[in-house]
Design a binder for this molecule. Structure first.
Ligand code: GLN
Length: 192
């Protein structure tokens, strides 16, 4: 299984460590040719405007859009913003997922928080389906989803923080910053 991590900015190294621990062969993607032969790609957390601008500079916008048409792709936090059709402000986006996302929806860096989430799709090998400990760092909120998009996790008040459209996965939070590899395994299943 060959998985790429978009390595322009942000916490791609943490994703790489977790993927390698699960036996994936990982490529750091900085140029369009690095997408060749990959089964899936993760766009990490970081700063979505910076990642978007660098993706333009490296000629990656169209290749990433093409890749998303028939491959698994997962955006965490800033990566989720990049996948969205609409971030309600002007910044470079891939626009491959039918979601509206609100950046920094929970406030500033100091308002970052951690919470246990119920994530039914992760119950594959875990009959009790224990909660997923989710780390939110100046996180976006998935404000609304299109009809082909499924909400995978919500906060207690019903606001959506993880969603899937076919093989495109988004999480507002950072599974790569925990020791729980269930989301990475779930993604590798999508990439198969
Ligand atoms: N606040 C960042 C943004 O808007 C995302 C933060 C993160 O990826 N942890 O791009």
């Amino acid at each position: 299984m060959k998985i790429g991590v978009l390595a322009l900015q942000g916490d791609f190294a943490e994703h790489q460590v977790m993927l390698e621990s699960l036996g994936a062969e990982v490529t750091q993607v900085r140029l369009p040719s690095h997408l060749d032969g990959l089964n899936g790609l993760i766009i990490p957390g970081g700063e979505s405007t910076t990642i978007g601008k660098l993706a333009i500079s490296y000629g990656l916008i169209d290749p990433l859009r093409q890749f998303a048409k028939d491959h698994a792709i997962w955006g965490t936090c800033a990566g989720a913003i990049l996948l969205a059709k609409d971030a309600r402000r002007s910044q470079p986006l891939l626009e491959v997922m039918d979601i509206v996302i609100e950046r920094n929806a929970f406030g500033r860096q100091v308002d970052s928080f951690e919470v246990d989430l119920d994530v039914p799709c992760l119950s594959m090998d875990d009959k009790q389906n224990r909660p997923f400990h989710a780390v939110f760092i100046r996180a976006p909120l998935i404000e609304s989803i299109g009809k082909n998009v499924e909400a995978l996790a919500t906060l207690g008040d019903g606001r959506i923080v993880a969603a899937r459209q076919g093989k495109i996965l988004t999480t507002s939070f950072h599974p790569e910053l925990t020791h729980d590899d269930r989301f990475h395994r779930y993604f590798m299943e999508l990439a198969k």
